[in-house]
Design a protein around this ligand. Structure first.
Ligand code: ADP
Ligand code: TRP
Length: 321
């Protein structure tokens, strides 16, 4: 089974990325042949500053490795080191009906948020489809917001197969972990860097404290019982705490006598402890000069060999040679 997923290097990793995509993806690296990449071509739709893009790529690669990506198990690479992705994207775009892209929420949402509505942003799902199809992927672990893009990918694979021959491209499945499908942000909306409501995995302790202690709560007094349903503190806590700890926290909400300040402190301690190992690993990786680039280059060599094979097959099938 081949598993593939990508993450855009558009900013620092947050809890939404981690629980929505990275954690399930890391668990899957032990279940099959995993291909994970940093989607830097995609990020050009948003980041148009070379130094910033490079910096983000490096940081995301370090974060991925610090969180447990095992380069001996998974093929880990930078998208732009395998330029065949863009070639397949072109071929797919020639069979992609415009309305299919016009239907995509992500383009509409991003344009509404002020991102330049470029042709690249519009055709982005086609490039994403190429990312997936070029590796004959079986499973694509992503957050809920990417589900539609995987549907587009499946439709394009079926279409290309219909025109140029059954079995030319493998039709993949998305895999979404329902329980953490959408991680809320500090303000209760979906956590997203574009809403400025994120909790970062590798934030300084002081910054993390400021954010957690600043979570908006209702005016229920210290002594009063507190509503557990939809409470942001509890929702975050549930992502990281064990079942017993969650039950104890919920009991404390219900019985009253404990203020939100105290409950937030407990969340802060949990968050800091939960990522302690990853923080330590991150520091070790940063200290090993050249390590990250070596990992990415080795991954790219493996990925490119597979991508070239697919392109040979596709080129032949569509008549490009
Ligand atoms: P952002 O919304 O911060 O820009 P991205 O769009 O770069 O995040 O998302 C990267 C990956 O993380 C995707 O697979 C996406 O589904 C997942 N993801 C992002 N935010 C969340 C969230 N709040 N809950 C669950 N998954 C998320
Ligand atoms: N579009 C994804 C995101 O914004 C990133 C991505 C690009 C991706 N190509 C992919 C995810 C292929 C899974 C498979 O998060």
């Amino acid at each position: 089974m081949r598993i593939l997923s990508g993450l855009q290097p558009t900013g620092r990793l947050h809890l939404g990325n981690y629980f929505g995509m990275m954690k399930p993806a890391l668990a899957l690296q032990h279940e099959g042949e995993a291909y994970y990449f940093i989607a830097d071509y995609h990020s050009l739709t948003v980041i148009q500053n070379a130094a910033e893009l490079r910096d983000n790529v490096t940081n995301l690669a370090i974060d991925f490795l610090a969180c447990g990506l095992d380069p001996e198990k998974a093929v880990f690479f930078r998208q732009s080191d395998v330029p065949e992705h863009t070639e397949l994207a072109w071929i797919l775009s020639c069979v992609c009906p415009m309305p299919m892209l016009e239907n995509c929420h992500s383009y509409k949402d991003k344009a509404a948020r002020g991102i330049i509505p470029s042709a690249g942003l519009f055709t982005y799902p086609v490039l994403m489809a190429a990312d997936i199809l070029i590796y004959d992927s079986d499973i694509v672990p992503v957050g809920k917001d990417q589900k539609q893009h995987v549907e587009v990918c499946r439709d394009l694979a079926v279409k290309l197969n219909l025109i140029f021959g059954e079995g030319l491209l493998k039709v993949p499945q998305s895999r979404i972990r329902e329980e953490t499908a959408v991680v809320p942000g500090l303000d209760g909306q979906k956590m997203s860097k574009s809403y400025g409501n994120t909790l970062g995995l590798f934030e300084e302790e002081k910054a993390l404290k400021k954010k957690i202690m600043g979570i908006k709560t209702d005016s229920t007094g210290v002594e009063e019982p507190k509503e557990t349903e939809g409470n942001t503190i509890l929702q975050f806590y549930k992502l990281m705490a064990g079942a017993d700890e969650v039950a104890a926290m919920e009991a404390d909400f219900r019985k009253g006598g404990i203020g939100y300040g105290e409950l937030k402190k407990r969340l802060l301690e949990k968050t800091w402890a939960y990522f302690a190992e990853a923080r330590e690993k991150r520091a070790q990786i940063v200290a090993q000069k050249g390590y990250v680039e070596d990992v990415l280059q080795a991954g790219a060599a493996k990925a490119r060999a597979v991508a070239r094979k697919t392109m040979d097959r596709v080129r032949a099938a569509v008549g490009l040679k």
